[in-house]
Design a protein around this ligand. Structure first.
Ligand code: SF4
Length: 260
């Protein structure tokens, strides 16, 4: 079996908070978010043997306690299953970064007990397909085959599966000034999570998008949202949810405290 492979970070401390992990990046994604910063991973095949990727994991094993599968979108490739099995054999914890568009694979991995933590994008309010479509490049790129309503249905299904199995879960929204992340939009996302997710331990993270690296050229000139602006948006989310954090290049990861 081949892996459409993008690369490995042998020792990462930023892909799974609190763990040293080896991060494996898969190539390809069914979405084209205009702010995507991993767009070099979106196109073109780079097939490598499964054993090559296993070897990347094996080499990091002495230094890490976990493997994170990321991308692109790792769950569009069947190779994720044998790679997660291999990580289990190596006694590594398994984290998956996903855009939520592959609920069938989520279900399969959960059934086989091949995941310990999901990190799931919630790019816009799931009950607003029009906005979700804009943020995921629907209508902008022929690469996006699904309609906005299909994307939100898949994301909701993914969230429901992970919520009902009780696994650790981080939900994350990437914010870009004047594109996604207004106070109203953050309130809508946080309210949706609060209403639909039973897991009160989940963490919601607002991530600072870096416009200059965007896939879509006209976003590159936008001014980055600053740490203080993200913190204010985090306070809005905190009024709906227990565990809220922001992630910025200035200050790393910060918890939104109760003292508002
Ligand atoms: S940001 Fe969007 S397009 Fe880029 S890898 Fe993630 S889901 Fe795919």
């Amino acid at each position: 079996m081949k892996v459409n492979y993008a690369g490995t970070v042998s020792l990462s401390t930023v892909d799974w908070r609190g763990r040293a992990a080896v991060a494996i990046f898969f190539r390809g994604c069914p979405l084209r978010c205009p702010y995507c910063q991993n767009h070099p991973y979106l196109q073109g095949p780079n097939p490598v043997e499964l054993d090559f990727v296993k070897e990347q994991i094996r080499k990091s094993k002495p230094f890490v306690s976990a493997v994170v599968f990321s991308g692109g979108e790792p769950l569009i490739q069947d190779a994720i299953v044998p790679l997660a099995e291999f990580a289990r054999e190596m006694r590594l914890a398994i984290g998956i970064h996903t855009n939520g568009c592959c609920p069938e694979m989520v279900s399969e991995l959960v059934k086989q007990k091949l995941v310990d933590k999901f990190f799931i994008d919630i790019k816009a309010p799931p009950d607003d397909p029009k906005l979700y479509g804009k943020v995921t490049g629907c209508g902008e790129s022929e690469a996006v085959k699904e309609a906005p309503e299909q994307i939100t249905a898949s994301v909701i299904k993914t969230l429901e599966i992970v919520d009902s199995c009780g696994l650790e879960m981080e939900l994350r929204t990437t914010l870009i000034r004047d594109f996604i992340g207004s106070p109203q939009e953050i309130a809508s996302i946080a309210a949706w999570i609060s209403k639909h997710m039973k897991n009160r331990e989940l963490t919601y993270v607002l991530q600072q998008g870096i416009p200059e690296y965007s896939l879509q050229e006209d976003l590159r000139k936008l001014r980055v949202l600053e740490r203080d602006e993200l913190y204010e948006l985090g306070k809005i989310a905190k009024s709906f949810l227990e565990n809220v954090r922001i992630r910025t290049k200035e200050s790393g990861e910060e918890v939104i405290s109760d003292s508002l």
